[in-house]
Design a protein around this ligand. Structure first.
Ligand SMILES: *[C@@H]1O[C@H](CO)[C@@H](O)[C@H](O)[C@H]1NC(C)=O
Ligand SMILES: *[C@@H]1O[C@H](CO)[C@@H](O)[C@H](O)[C@H]1NC(C)=O
Ligand SMILES: *[C@@H]1O[C@H](CO)[C@@H](O)[C@H](O)[C@H]1NC(C)=O
Length: 376
């Protein structure tokens, strides 16, 4: 008799537990849905170029959905909070596209950059997923390394190797001169020489060539000066894979997305409303980066030519037509020892990469060959 009662009680108990679990599951699913339906809003500042987030989430596909995080990369929040002095504002070294970046030292002494992704946005999760999926599996001297992560609920932190000299955007557009530079020699930023600029561009080309040549190619989709970090030897390290997508070559030759990227670096086909992305999108942004790096001019600002205001690409083409490539070169680069044949070849490659049509643009392996064999 008692046995039967126990059995009945056990059955009822099991039923209640199962029902509760279902209810919780349904609740969780609904919460996630409401979260994904809120679009992040982002301020647009014309001088500090920011990426435009994908306006249509459902169409952004991370094609390879079978990603998983390497549990060995997990670093505790306690350690990261200690390393960043509780996310102290004075340790902020960057305002990345999707969160603040802090300089920190881990318990084992390694200097790192910690990116705290904005917790509010759905975008934050996308970026985290994209960075974890792509970066943690890559290994190339021109691509920044991910050393760890921490994630719980909406809070997500990414830990990268620390790259000493900050980003190329600062070096091109925010030189330090005068008294502030005297205070700390390590913060001193003088105009980069032509040779250094060409070597930075070569590094970026090698990194992109590696990404595009993977068995499942990766398109970065946000190549720009602020995503190129410079180490103590001014070697380039491509960073910020928040918009990167893997292309599944067995299915399609492109990723179907709404446009995403940064104003000034986006190819004409995006501006015209095409919603496919492939490697040629990166080639275009790379060409823009070449023009910006060589000329010291921001790609989202017009160039004055006589009475006219024209875009950077158009301007570079005109200079090339007139054989005035030397006038493209940043006025802050010393002209002493600067060889015209080097500048001409550089501008020629940049103009190829920024071809109006995708088929006019070379693939990255060809760009690497051209850059590696160009005179300096
Ligand atoms: C998002 O993209 C999908 C597929 O391309 C489309 O069917 C849908 O209408 C789009 N939604 C919005 C809000 O644009
Ligand atoms: C310190 O820890 C990080 C993250 O776990 C690791 O990548 C790095 O190699 C370690 N450094 C040393 C010197 O052990
Ligand atoms: C280039 O030179 C001009 C004037 O000589 C100066 O105002 C500007 O800050 C310099 N730019 C860089 C990036 O060094």
């Amino acid at each position: 008799m008692e046995k039967a009662l126990a059995a009945v009680l056990a059955a009822i108990g099991t039923f209640i537990v199962v029902t509760l679990l279902f209810a919780i599951l349904i609740l969780l699913c609904q919460r996630r849905k409401t979260k994904t339906s809120t679009l992040p809003t982002r301020q647009n500042n014309p001088t500090r170029t920011r990426p435009v987030p994908d306006p249509n989430h459902s169409s952004v596909s991370i094609v390879d959905a079978s990603w998983s995080y390497d549990p060995n990369l997990k670093i505790s929040l306690a350690e990261l909070a200690r390393a960043t002095d509780n996310f102290s504002p004075h340790l902020i070294v960057g305002d990345g596209s999707f969160g603040l970046v802090y300089k920190a030292r881990l318990n084992n002494g390694t200097l790192v950059a910690v990116k705290k992704l904005s917790p509010d946005a759905f975008q934050g999760f996308r970026e985290f997923q994209a960075e974890m999926e792509t970066l943690s599996k890559l290994d190339h001297p021109n691509i920044v390394k991910i050393l760890g992560y921490w994630s719980s609920g909406p809070e997500r932190l990414l830990v990268y190797e620390f790259i000493e000299r900050g980003n190329l955007d600062q070096w091109l557009h925010e030189p330090t001169t005068g008294p502030e530079a005297q205070e700390s020699l390590s913060d001193l930023r003088l105009p980069l020489s032509w040779e250094t600029r060409v070597n930075i561009i070569r590094g970026v080309a090698h990194g992109l060539c590696y990404l595009h040549g993977l068995e499942k190619p990766i398109i970065h989709r946000d190549i720009k000066a602020s995503n190129v970090l410079l180490d103590s030897e001014f070697k380039a390290h491509i960073a910020d894979f928040g918009l990167a997508r893997r292309i599944d070559t067995s299915k399609y030759s492109h990723v179907s997305t709404q446009f995403a990227g940064t104003m000034g670096y986006m190819p004409p086909e995006y501006v015209a409303g095409a919603n496919v992305a492939n490697q040629k999108v990166d080639v275009y942004s790379f060409g823009i980066l070449m023009l910006e790096t060589g000329s010291g001019r921001r790609p989202n600002l017009p160039v004055k030519m006589g009475e006219e205001d024209i875009g950077l690409v158009h301007w570079a083409r005109k200079m090339k037509e007139r054989s005035s490539e030397m006038d493209v070169v940043d006025v802050n680069i010393s002209k002493e020892g600067l060889r015209e044949e080097s500048v001409k070849e550089y501008v020629r490659i940049a103009c190829m990469c920024t071809g109006e049509l995708q088929k006019e643009r070379p693939e990255m392996p060809e760009v690497v060959n051209l850059l590696d064999s160009m005179p300096l």
